[in-house]
Design a binder for this molecule. Structure first.
Ligand code: LMR
Length: 409
């Protein structure tokens, strides 16, 4: 037998042992769209797929505050040695205070720096499985597509609860409360703190109060995903949900992303927060989170977290950042108004107010997967097949052409 043939047979043997058993995963519907968009050479193409902010020139700019923080970091940094699995304590303290505010039960909250919001979701899901193997997580219909994958990969149970009322574009609050009212004590409820992805439909403060009361009464644990603080009603307002829950409940876990509100998407910066009934239990949960981080990626990346720490701890830079974020928030709100008005002009009908009522980058525009494909093929407009549009990806001059294309399909 020739050496080459033997090698070939060996390869086959190994393939049968492992690689051959792998299935090709389904495409991620959001990421696939970005790849297709980049490969499309039609002029005037519009990308409303992945959730990134774009300015009037269609660019995703680096915040001026981030640039300045990078200069400071470059001048100050003396080493690239490891951080710890829990990350940079300065970042953790600053981000905890940004999210939980001044009146938080800080003695019961612990923070671990993570690679983006997805890193936080993962170690928190693992933590939940460690504490209650296979516990059921109730997720809204619909929710960010990665939530399902994170929960099932962590071997947790998944049940869905009604969230969006497609007729009104608002939260189906009665339906949600009704279904959560049947959750078993000890179950987990996934909630999005603000700027719900993909619907843009958020709970009002009174509704959050009612949710908190239900969680408390039934012994349910909130698992909050807060990825858009500052893009809805403002930095403080968007954290009100988390603060309200923290003020009332014994336990909570929160996944946080700095990708959007600091514009540092590729720097993979986020945080996992735990709120525990006692300081000792908070320490234990944080130690477990650090252990899970160590197993998964050992240490989080440092660069983005250092920038956030520098910005939040420097009053002048913090103000520059807040102003930039506020300009983005008001820009997206204005685009929502312009889009609603464009639909109104074209159709001469009302019914588009949901766009101005909803918050943050996303809305579901109410078109089918086939219509989304037509938009892509006929108009070079890329939106997620569930009808989600990233309004923050639209330039002012694209509003009318976009609205016309939607009406055409
Ligand atoms: C989105 O929903 O588009 C963003 O959260 C980006 C992502 O990773 O999917």
């Amino acid at each position: 037998m020739s050496g080459r043939r033997r090698t070939h047979e060996r390869e086959q043997e190994f393939a049968v042992a492992m690689m051959d058993r792998l299935e090709m995963p389904a495409d991620d519907k959001i990421l696939k769209l970005s790849i297709m968009f980049n490969g499309d050479d039609r002029p005037g193409k519009i990308d409303l797929g992945i959730g990134v902010y774009r300015n009037a020139r269609g660019e995703t700019p680096i915040f001026a505050a981030v640039r300045q923080a990078e200069e400071k970091l470059f001048a100050q940094e003396t080493t690239k040695t490891y951080v710890t699995p829990a990350g940079d304590p300065g970042f953790c303290a600053a981000i905890q205070s940004l999210v939980f505010g001044d009146d938080a039960p800080d003695e019961r909250i612990r923070t671990v720096q993570t690679p983006g919001g997805a890193g936080a979701l993962n170690i928190l899901a693992e933590l939940a499985n460690l504490a209650s193997p296979g516990v059921t997580v109730h997720v809204p219909i619909p929710t960010w597509i990665n939530h399902h994958a994170v929960i099932t990969e962590a071997r947790l149970g998944l049940r869905e609860y009604r969230y969006l009322d497609p007729r009104t574009g608002q939260v189906d609050f009665d339906g949600m409360m009704d279904q959560l009212g049947n959750a078993e004590p000890g179950d987990i409820v996934l909630l999005q703190g603000c700027c719900h992805n993909p619907t843009g439909a958020d709970l009002g403060l009174e509704q959050w109060q009612a949710v908190a009361a239900l969680l408390e009464a039934r012994g349910l644990l909130p698992f909050v995903d807060l990825a858009y603080q500052g893009f809805g009603d403002g930095l403080e307002e968007d954290a009100a949900s988390v603060r309200l829950l923290a003020g009332r409940l014994p336990e909570m876990i929160v996944a946080y992303s700095c990708s959007k509100n600091f514009g540092i998407y590729r720097e993979r910066t986020g945080a996992a927060f735990v709120l525990a009934p006692t300081p000792a239990l908070a320490d234990r949960a944080a130690a477990q989170l650090a252990r899970l981080a160590r197993i998964t990626y050992s240490m989080p990346p440092d660069h983005g977290a250092s920038l956030v720490r520098i910005i939040l701890n420097d009053p002048a830079l913090r103000q520059i950042w807040k102003d930039e974020l506020e300009a983005m928030r008001t820009g997206v709100t204005a685009l929502r108004r312009e889009l609603a008005s464009a639909f109104h002009q074209i159709t001469n009908r009302s019914g588009h107010e949901f766009l101005t009522d909803q918050k943050g980058m996303f809305s579901l525009i109410g078109i089918s997967a086939d219509q989304a494909v037509r938009l892509r093929e006929e108009f070079a407009i890329y939106i997620v097949e569930d009808g989600r549009i990233n309004i923050a990806g639209l330039r002012g001059d694209q509003v009318m052409p976009f609205a016309k294309a939607i009406c055409a399909v």
